[in-house]
Write a protein that binds this ligand. Sequence first.
Ligand SMILES: [Zn+2]
Length: 114
Amino acid sequence: MHELSIVQHFVGTTDQAAAQRGIKQVKRVTLTVGALTGVIPKYVRMYYDEVCEGTRLEGSELEINYLEAEAFCRGCGNMYDPTQTDDKCPACGDTDKEIIQGKELTVRDIAYEE
Ligand SMILES: [Zn+2]
């Protein structure tokens, strides 16, 4: 359910952006999905074709660029994947961290015909 509304949202905004740029047919969309968004690429793919029907994205290809989570430990400066360590730094056990990567959910690129 979560993924359906996300797909509707990014297909809608991409369709609008295409209209503004005078693009008639989008051929391929590259979507960046971070691991911390909770978005499952397989569900995004499942809804994609259906949501694209009747838009400038109809029949286009979807490419998903999945980014693993990455955190920077403020305690010791270690870089680690917080989804693998229960949110704790594996080196020092500190939970004070900065998320460097993993919250992305953006259309990175579109390929199209004028
Ligand atoms: Zn640490």
